[in-house]
Design a protein around this ligand. Structure first.
Ligand SMILES: [Zn+2]
Length: 157
C-alpha cells in the first residue's frame, strides 16, 4: 500500500550562504569516529602494536588503548615488557570490540563492549573478532592496584 510520499524539504547548507568562497574547513577529524580519532591534549604512542593516548587528570591517568585485530599480549607485548604475564591491573570501560583475559589458573574472562572491565594482575589477553578493541582505562601508574583497590593477583574469594 502506497504511503504518502515524503515531502521534499529544502535543506539549508550552512556555510554556503553569502560569500562566494567557501571556508577552507576541511578537517578530516570532523568526519572521523571520535572513539579512534586523534585526541587533543593527550600524549600519543604505540607500544606492542597498541595505539595508546594518555592524559593526566588529577593524580590519575586516563588512557585510550586501541588494540588491533589479532592482538595477543603474550605475542605482541610480552617481548616489550619482559614478564611472563601482564602484571598490571586494568580498570576501565571497553567501548568497542571484544577481549578475552586468560589467568594463570586457567580462568578465561570474556569482555564485550560496552562493558566495564576490572582485570587482575597476572594475565594474558587477546582481541576476539574482526574489530579492534577500544579500551578507556584509568590508572595511577605504579600505585594502581592500591588506589583502585584491586587484588594483587587473580584469586577466587
Ligand atoms: Zn581464576
Amino acid at each position: 500500500m502506497a504511503k504518502k510520499k515524503a515531502v521534499h524539504k529544502k535543506v539549508s547548507k550552512p556555510g554556503m550562504a553569502g560569500k562566494g568562497k567557501a571556508a577552507p574547513v576541511r578537517r578530516s577529524a570532523g568526519s572521523q569516529d571520535p572513539l579512534i580519532a586523534p585526541m587533543k591534549g593527550a600524549t600519543s604512542r604505540e607500544i606492542g602494536h597498541v595505539q595508546l593516548e594518555v592524559a593526566r587528570a588529577g593524580t590519575a591517568r586516563v588512557k585510550r588503548m586501541i588494540y588491533p585485530t589479532g592482538f595477543r599480549w603474550s605475542v605482541d607485548m610480552k617481548p616489550v615488557v619482559g614478564t611472563a604475564l601482564c602484571m598490571h591491573a586494568h580498570v576501565g570501560f571497553l567501548a568497542r570490540g571484544e577481549i578475552h583475559i586468560g589467568y594463570a589458573d586457567g580462568c578465561v574472562v570474556e569482555y564485550k563492549a560496552p562493558q566495564v572491565v576490572a582485570i587482575d594482575p597476572g594475565h594474558d589477553g587477546w582481541v576476539v573478532g574482526k574489530a579492534p578493541a577500544v579500551l578507556i582505562e584509568f590508572d595511577f601508574e605504579g600505585d594502581t592496584v592500591n588506589r583502585l583497590g584491586m587484588p594483587r593477583a587473580h584469586r577466587h574469594s
